[in-house]
Ligand binder design. Structure first.
Ligand code: ADP
Ligand code: MG
Length: 601
């Protein structure tokens, strides 16, 4: 089975380079090395030129060669940069696509809201750091390292004493400027984090703008944003100062070493122990060496950051996948029990298994138990209502049927099969889930409806729209099914949005439809329409509704009452009103709420 291979933590899934990437990197390094050779030859050539000029020989050929080397240097450096850059973009693209795939197929339980931010950082920020480490930094270290080593050797060949003086002066300057650069990098990180925080806060405020306005809190939010903007300014100022310092520190070092080399070198030239040509070449090497020296130091730092990013990216690549075998590791799917007796509520399971069965299910988010020993069945046809006080675990029951979370105990059985042993594709297509706060996706009404069944025919769409009670709504829209919806499904009321989701669920031709009814969204008319739709839908498949209106609940073929993590009672409205005092209380409270909305059936 593919499950085993899919769950094995992919070692180096992302860090491993593809052939294309390796080829680009190798090409870049090769061209870069050629550039290094060309660079190192130039001062030598200048020395030759000076000597030739001293002997009144023609220098045109040497000058031409020098010009060719300059141009070659530029071309090689540009091409090398392009190749390495392309390898980098390639790496980051692969990593992001593969990670997105892993995240989309990850176990929802691992993607709670806290982790979402972390996932975002790893997928967007760390992949970029990783790209730089694996390409630019490594290439910088290698190529600039070559220049430093090669240049030093050349300088040593010209004059060891001058080299020692240079190393002394330049060493101090490099250390100082690397210090400045490291400070700069840290300050830039802080500045970026501050900017991110400002952005996140702004987003939060914008999302809650109606609440902010209703609370008259615009001024307070403005002050908060101002304080955050102040932090951005302070860290930004630090970046500016360090940025301004970097070049001067390095230049002073260069100038001091140049002065020292000039002083000592000139004296040597005067005594005749050093030629003018060699002296000039030496000075050129000095100029050529400064920035590679600093870049090597800096690239080592970037590379180390990048290695850490690679590790974080690899960790994300190892996020548990949904295809994983059940964590409890039982060997075989539990066979459906025979002789389970007719389920309470007088339901009949035509064709054998119930649509859904909870067998002694226990579950909690973290340590706190939400469901303790929940058992009930849902017949293959008809409306089953799930009722209980707020927080009783009704929505959780739905999340378990979708296997967004896995039960800690017991099993959730769909059409006789424990869903723990099925792949998501095997059972999700058979379950239509209409969430309480159903979010519409991008695009038109039609695109929204066919989201789970992209191949649906026009006739199927029309039928689903009709069955979901969405026909009049669509007819009233300016462009009908092709009306574009805003990002949050704007243009539709909450109730309409929910019916749109019912239509979407219906198109999947599911065996079960789960409906988490939104209390607040539905006015009485919408509720009546939805109730009517559910009746009709329940003739084709199982409908499980978390219903808040007594009118919907009373019409249900069976009602499951959840209380304290257990099923307290199962029955029809008539039975439960007679026999269950909690149900009586719930019914009374909700009947009062919905008294004007509709009369109980
Ligand atoms: P209901 O739908 O009946 O109102 P829920 O199933 O939404 O109840 O929630 C049951 C309990 O589980 C509540 O106490 C709720 O706070 C808690 N809960 C729900 N979702 C989560 C979650 N993702 N993480 C932690 N606790 C949760
Ligand atoms: Mg709920």
């Amino acid at each position: 089975m593919t499950a085993a291979t899919a769950t094995a933590v992919p070692r180096g899934l992302v860090a491993g380079l593809t052939r294309d990437q390796r080829r680009l990197l190798a090409g870049g390094v090769l061209l870069g090395s050629a550039g290094v050779v060309s660079t190192l030859v130039q001062p030598k050539l200048v020395a030759r030129l000076i000597e030739a000029a001293g002997r009144h020989e023609p220098v045109a050929a040497l000058v031409a060669l020098l010009a060719v080397l300059f141009v070659a240097d530029a071309v090689l450096s540009a091409t090398q940069g392009c190749l390495i850059g392309r390898a980098g973009e390639n790496i980051v693209r692969e990593a992001r696509v593969r990670l997105s795939g892993r995240v989309l197929r990850a176990d929802l339980a691992y993607l709670d809201s806290q982790r979402q931010g972390d996932v975002h950082t790893r997928l967007v920020g760390d992949t970029a750091l990783m790209k730089i480490a694996l390409t630019q930094s490594l290439a910088q270290i290698l190529l600039n390292g070559l220049i430093v080593v090669g240049g030093t050797v050349m300088m040593a060949l010209i004059d060891v004493w001058l080299l020692l003086v240079t190393v002394g002066c330049l060493g101090v300057a490099s250390v100082a400027s690397v210090g400045v650069a490291r400070g700069l990098r840290k300050a830039a990180l802080v500045n970026r984090a501050d900017t991110g925080e400002f952005g996140a806060d702004l987003q939060r405020v914008l999302a809650a703008l109606p609440t902010v306005k209703a609370a008259g809190a615009e001024g307070r939010e403005e002050d908060r944003l101002a304080a955050l903007a102040d932090r951005v300014r302070r860290s930004g100022n630090r970046v500016t100062v360090l940025n301004a310092l970097f070049s001067p520190v390095l230049n002073v070092g260069l100038q001091v070493s140049l002065a020292a080399v000039m002083g000592i070198g000139m004296a040597r030239v005067a005594t005749g122990s050093l030629g003018v040509a060699d002296f000039t070449a030496f000075t050129m090497y000095l100029f050529y060496l400064v920035s590679p020296l600093v870049l090597v130091f800096l690239s080592v730092g970037t590379y180390q950051q990048g290695r850490a990013a690679v590790q974080r990216v690899d960790e994300l690549a190892g996020i548990p996948q949904e295809d994983a075998p059940p964590p409890r590791g039982a060997a075989a799917p539990a066979a459906p029990k025979d002789g389970d007796g007719p389920p309470a509520g007088g339901a009949v399971h035509e064709g054998g298994h119930p649509a859904v069965e909870f067998r002694d299910v226990g579950f909690g988010y973290g340590d706190r138990p939400v469901l303790e020993a929940v058992s009930f069945t849902v017949p293959r046809r008809g409306l089953t209502a799930l009722v209980g006080v707020s927080g009783a675990g009704k929505t959780t029951v739905f999340q378990l049927i979708e296997r967004f979370y896995r039960p800690g105990r017991g099993s959730v059985v769909l059409d006789g099969k424990d869903i723990a042993y099925l792949s998501p594709a095997e059972f999700r297509g058979r379950v239509g889930y209409v969430q309480q706060d159903s979010a519409a996706m991008r695009g038109t009404v039609r695109e929204n409806i066919v989201y789970a069944a992209p191949d649906a025919t026009e006739a199927d769409i029309a039928e689903a729209v009709e069955l979901a009670g969405l026909g009049d709504v669509v007819a009233a829209l300016p462009d009908g099914l092709d009306t574009r919806l805003g990002d949050q499904g704007t243009g539709l009321s909450g109730g309409q949005r929910q019916r749109l989701c019912v239509a979407r669920a219906l198109l999947q031709k599911p065996a079960v439809i789960l409906l988490d009814e939104a209390t607040a969204h539905l006015d009485s008319e919408a509720e009546a329409a939805l109730r009517d739709s559910l009746r009709r839908i329940a003739r084709r498949c199982a409908v499980v509704a978390i219903a808040h209106r007594i009118s919907t609940v009373a019409e249900a073929d069976r009602i499951v009452v959840l209380d304290g993590g257990r099923v307290r009672a199962v029955g029809t409205h008539r039975q439960l009103i007679r026999e269950d005092d909690l149900y009586r209380r719930l019914a009374a409270a909700q009947f009062a709420d919905g008294a004007r909305a509709a009369s109980p059936g």
